[in-house]
Write a protein that binds this ligand. Structure first.
Ligand code: IMP
Length: 201
């Protein structure tokens, strides 16, 4: 029998970000997979030294799996602007500075853009499941859209007020949380990860 088994309550969410814990726990809960967070277990937070979303998600998930002896899920996400060669990308959180001010981050994106040039961008979310034996499964979800200025709406977080998903008219900052979470990059990555998980009860 495979040594890699999932048991409810014995899956670690390898993040110290309470927002991500809530969102991922909501996605996993209906499938009967209750989780504990890396923060609750007092696990250390590894430095994000990867050069891709998947590499960072993998190193966070592996660190938590090895430290806890339990399977662990981690995510890494960000905004990629085509005209900026994919920036801020894996550095999306860092563009907000020490104060984590996303008005500053959005203005940095806007100032770096040629006003007449293309405004296309996408959000990426990498999700990795890691096992204590070092095995990992990783997927990436993506949503495409266009940047808008000035930012619109106060819902959501991060770059939401300047992102309009393809097929929508309102920005992520203007639509409800439920509408955004029904089909965003995290939800898309999650749908790709589910079939890769071993069966559980
Ligand atoms: P991480 O903790 O390194 O994955 O940081 C991801 C960063 O990307 C966040 O701090 C946000 O700035 C940005 N980001 C990721 N997903 C979203 C989203 O759904 N809306 C807005 N910003 C996002």
């Amino acid at each position: 029998m495979s040594p890699r088994q999932l048991e409810p309550g014995r899956l670690v969410l390898a993040t110290h970000n309470p927002g991500k814990v809530v969102e991922l726990a909501e996605l996993l809960g209906p499938h009967g997979l209750q989780v504990v967070s890396a923060g609750d277990l007092g696990l250390p937070e590894p430095e994000e030294t990867g050069t891709t979303f998947v590499a960072n998600a993998e190193l966070k998930a592996l660190a938590a799996a090895r430290a806890s002896g339990l399977p662990a899920i981690a995510d890494d996400s960000g905004l990629c602007v085509d005209a900026l060669g994919g920036a801020p990308g894996i550095y999306s959180a860092r563009w907000a500075g020490r104060d984590k001010d996303f008005m500053v981050a959005m203005k940095r994106v806007r100032d770096a853009l040629d006003l007449e040039g293309p405004r296309t961008a996408h959000f990426i979310c990498a999700l990795s499941l890691a096992w204590p034996d070092g095995h990992t499964e990783s997927v990436e979800g993506r949503v495409d859209g266009t940047l808008t200025w000035p930012p619109r709406g106060s819902n959501g977080f991060g770059y939401d007020p300047m992102f309009v998903m393809d097929g929508k008219e309102r920005s992520y900052g203007e639509i409800s949380r439920a509408e955004k979470e029904a089909d965003n990059h995290r939800a898309r990555a999650f749908r790709l990860l589910m079939p890769l998980l071993p069966p559980w009860q």
